[in-house]
Design a protein around this ligand. Structure first.
Ligand code: FES
Ligand SMILES: [Fe+2]
Length: 345
């Protein structure tokens, strides 16, 4: 599936840049092939519009923000968060025609990021209740450009059998390729839920931050994964010590073959137990392991199961393909692949 060729994907929310990045002025971001300018209005609320001035099509992200409006670097026209042109410095005091506007998009601040939806939303921004729970602290993971599609990213998150290969010394157990059985796998209203234990042998997870009582031998991590159509997943890891680490991550689609890994981590321990810097670095190590392999996977993931070969542990991946296929069908679309519309059934 080529994500930029499926308009229904424009109807979901995606995290883009950290809000803090907007302190430096307007910033560019590309979402589903759409070049955007993001900036903060007078009240610090994020705004998003096409990164193309209506005058001579200069990039607004190269400009500056004044009084909450983004100013074009070329002749200084200013646009507010609705996209309306509110100032033409060359024609002071004159009425500005409505048609001078640029297209603006829905943009919301959540978990410290600017979330953008390019069309009428089909769903809300995925919830992360821990972000408002005083027992948890919330951290931003390092955002990362992945040279793979968002679908390949989500497919990897739902894959319970790669850990012993890709994360053999961090999350998994390189001494055995056998995944533990998935305990629970079911559809939800807007995605999937699955729970699968992970045998963790000899990693820093066990030794350092998770369970001081487990000093030798493998432990079993219970991983619960919730997928929100189309490209967000929540991963709950429960450790034997009672510590919980919740990650809400999105493979924000930039183009057909690239995505931005954007993640928020909530943990119910303290900075003294495990510093935020170390917790973020630990996940970055695991993310790098995924990135290295995902960037060698064909970005055009087919939704039709018959196009690839599968094994028992791929059940969630297949359910994901079916859900995305049904989403397209429900909105009158067919899958578009590199070979054209329709995909090969
Ligand atoms: S190109 Fe933007 S003001 Fe002229
Ligand atoms: Fe992984």
């Amino acid at each position: 599936m080529l994500v930029t060729a499926q308009p229904v994907l424009r109807r979901f929310w995606y995290p883009t840049l950290p809000i803090a990045d907007l302190d430096a002025g307007p910033q560019p971001f590309t979402l589903l092939g759409q070049d955007l300018v993001l900036w903060a209005d007078k009240k610090g609320r994020p705004a998003a519009a096409v990164d193309r001035c209506s005058h001579r099509f200069a990039r607004l992200s190269k400009g500056w923000v004044k009084d909450g409006a983004v100013n074009c670097p070329y002749h200084g026209w200013a646009f507010n968060s609705s996209g309306r042109c509110v100032e033409v410095p060359q024609a002071p005091g004159q009425r500005i025609p409505h048609g001078y506007k640029v297209t603006a998009f829905r943009c919301e601040k959540r978990y410290g990021y600017a979330w953008v939806c390019l069309d009428e939303p089909l769903d809300v921004i995925p919830e992360l209740p821990e972000a408002a729970d005083p027992r948890f602290r919330v951290m931003h993971l390092d955002s990362e450009l992945f040279h793979c599609s968002s679908t390949v990213g989500v497919d990897n998150a739902l894959d319970s059998s790669h850990h012993h290969y890709v994360h053999g010394t961090t999350l998994g157990d390189s001494s055995s390729p056998l995944p533990m059985a998935v305990q629970d796998l079911r559809e939800t209203a807007n995605g999937l839920f699955m729970s699968f234990p992970l045998r963790n042998n000899g990693s820093t997870l066990r030794d350092r931050d998770i369970d001081d009582r487990a000093t030798s031998g493998p432990i079993t991590l219970i991983r619960q994964l919730t997928w929100y159509v189309p490209f967000t997943v929540r991963i709950d890891i429960k450790f034997p010590s009672g510590i919980q680490a919740v990650t809400l991550l999105t493979y924000t689609p930039i183009s057909d073959s690239t995505c931005q890994y954007v993640g928020v981590l909530a943990r119910n321990d303290t900075e003294r137990d495990f510093s935020a810097k170390a917790a973020i670095a630990e996940i970055a190590t695991i993310v790098k392991e995924d990135k290295d392999v995902l960037e060698c996977v064909d970005y055009d993931l087919p939704l039709h199961a018959a196009q690839q070969r599968h094994m028992a542990s791929d059940k969630a991946s297949l359910m994901m393909r079916r859900k995305l296929h049904d989403l397209l069908t429900a909105h009158g679309e067919t899958e578009v692949t590199r070979t054209g519309p329709g995909g090969t059934p």
